[in-house]
Design a binder for this molecule. Structure first.
Ligand code: CMP
Length: 158
């Protein structure tokens, strides 16, 4: 089934100038970009985004990290894209991520991957359909999302 999912490129991805490389990963996997913006996230939006982790000890540091610099928000679509994008991103803990994943490729031996309790793992992606729907509407207005066809559609399972 065609699904849309939310991806955030975190401040470490922007500081390390990996925006293009990370987006290329998704495009080369046949996934389509439906929404894309560079922004400085509001604390309240990040708190809502991570509300399921509110009671976890790392909650304040992840909120501080996500609001510490610019981020990129993306809506990525494709056949079973929620699970596919999670695989492409790799394990939450960069040291455990497959080498061919985004986190495995650029963060697994990063000096800064775990500093002061902050897990700098480059990307976030929605973990299920319910979260994807909630997260997409938290970060994007309806009018910021576009559907379009591409000559490549014939190559991929939409
Ligand atoms: P993400 O995929 O965005 O989902 C929840 C985020 O919380 C996760 O990536 C990390 O940035 C952060 N996180 C999860 N576990 C830990 C941890 N043990 N210590 C610090 N941060 C964590």
């Amino acid at each position: 089934m065609y699904e849309k999912t939310l991806v955030l490129l975190k401040p470490d991805a922007i500081e390390r100038q990996l925006i293009g490389s990370i987006i290329t990963y998704f495009e080369e996997a046949g996934l389509k970009i439906h929404g894309l913006k560079l922004l400085k996230a509001k604390k309240s939006v990040v708190e809502t985004h991570y509300q399921e982790h509110k009671e976890k000890p790392f909650f304040p540091s992840v909120v501080e990290f996500l609001t510490s610099g610019p981020i990129v928000a993306l809506v990525v679509g494709g056949y079973e894209s929620i699970a596919k994008v999670r695989k492409i991103c790799g394990d939450t803990e960069p040291g455990k991520a497959e080498v061919a994943s985004i986190r495995g490729r650029w963060a697994h031996i990063s000096r800064h991957s775990m500093t002061g309790g902050i897990l700098k793992n480059l990307v976030h992606s929605s973990d299920c359909r319910e979260s994807a729907a909630k997260e997409i509407s938290l970060w994007f207005d309806e009018c910021e999302l576009l559907d379009y066809s591409s000559p490549n559609d014939g190559w991929f399972n939409f």
